[in-house]
Design a protein around this ligand. Structure first.
Ligand code: NAI
Length: 329
């Protein structure tokens, strides 16, 4: 079985390379190109392709993959909003993903971002490096005794609930389903109640039609003044332009984003020599209370090992025609 591995980074080759001996039937060719309509035909002769969050696995790409005999799409990530699942079904292409490779990896980054913006760690780090030992601009708040509002209490949101409880916070949550594992310490409320009561809001729901831009100027106005907002889920949950409006209204103590609307094209690229012509992200970065990281929530040793193991097992299952909970189509 041959897999063409798109947008391969050295850490991918390492983690999959360490695991491949356990799957002697599988061969992988790694290429740096991102999967998109222009590069899809490179997969001619392969049984499967492996892609990540920044790939374009839309209608056109799937049609080209199908024309070239590719039968399986292996997403090496949890979210699959970049895959046209209906089209894949229509073409008979199996799509599998890695739903829960390490919920703690992402939840721990969410808390790291919340702490970093609260205590302005990025600013403190640079000040001390420049021999500036003043505390100007560094005052934060205690998390202990405050209210954490978690939107989406699946695997990652549940891990974030447990972390917040560990900080001595009251934990409230909003989800379309209630997670029974959390009933001892999490109180489910409506989204409006969560927005109104939380000192820290962390987003952990998938990007769907009904979650697109769920954080907009109307929802921001319902939040407490001095709230901290963290998004490690998907950029388009937040309307960036309206977030900027909210920041200008002084709503936020801090905003920590591992994902943002303009990230496609940036993710895992070095664009430090480029002049960004129309970047809303640059405007966001101009505020002293905003910290952005580049989709690194998944990037821990344990998560990479789990991603490699599950993706290769997904290939075996797809080849055997075995349906599993990892199937998207
Ligand atoms: P999950 O499927 O276990 O949980 C998602 C939860 O969101 C479910 O409980 C679901 O009921 C809830 N939900 C669905 N629609 C909702 C709505 N309209 N309002 C509120 N809640 C809703 O997913 P998991 O593994 O916890 O991942 C969450 C998201 O994190 C993924 O969709 C993905 O976008 C993102 N992610 C980000 C990573 C990063 O590197 N920053 C890495 C992995 C995932």
């Amino acid at each position: 079985m041959k897999i063409l591995f798109y947008a391969a980074k050295n850490y991918d080759e390492k983690s999959f390379g360490n695991m491949i001996d356990q799957f002697p039937e599988i061969e992988i060719d790694y290429i740096e190109h991102e999967l998109e309509p222009r590069t899809a035909a490179l997969a001619k002769g392969y049984d499967a392709i492996c892609a990540f969050v920044s790939a374009d696995v839309g209608t056109k790409t799937l049609e080209i993959l199908h024309e070239n005999g590719v039968k399986t799409v292996l997403m090496r990530c949890a979210g699959y909003n970049n895959v046209d699942v209906e089209k894949a079904k229509e073409l008979g292409i199996i799509v599998k993903r890695v739903p829960g490779y390490s919920p703690e990896a992402v939840a721990e980054l969410a808390m790291a971002l919340a702490l970093a913006v609260n205590r302005r760690l990025y600013k403190a780090y640079n000040k001390v490096r420049e021999n500036d030992y003043t505390l100007k601009g560094l005052r934060g708040v205690n998390f202990y005794g405050k209210t954490a509002g978690i939107v989406g209490t699946g695997k990652i949101g549940a891990a974030m609930c447990r972390i917040c409880r560990g900080f001595g916070m009251k934990v409230i949550a909003y989800d379309v389903y209630q997670n029974p594992d959390l009933k001892d310490f999490v109180e489910y409320v409506s989204l409006d109640e969560l927005l109104a009561q939380s000192d820290l809001i962390s987003l952990h729901c998938p990007l769907l039609d009904d979650t697109y831009h769920m954080i907009n100027i109307d929802s921001i106005k319902k939040m407490k003044d001095g709230v901290i907002l963290v998004n490690t889920s998907r950029g388009a949950l937040v309307d960036t332009t309206q977030l900027i409006e909210g920041i200008r209204l002084n709503k936020f103590l801090g905003v920590g984003l591992d994902v943002y609307e303009e990230e496609t094209g940036n993710v895992y690229e070095d664009r430090s020599d480029e002049i960004m012509e129309h970047s809303v992200t640059s405007r966001l970065l101009s505020f002293p209370n905003v910290m952005i990281t580049s989709h690194q929530g998944f990037y821990t040793l344990e998560a990479l090992e789990n991603i490699a193991q599950t993706t290769l097992q997904n290939m075996m299952d797809a080849a055997a025609g075995t349906k599993t909970p990892n199937d998207c189509a």
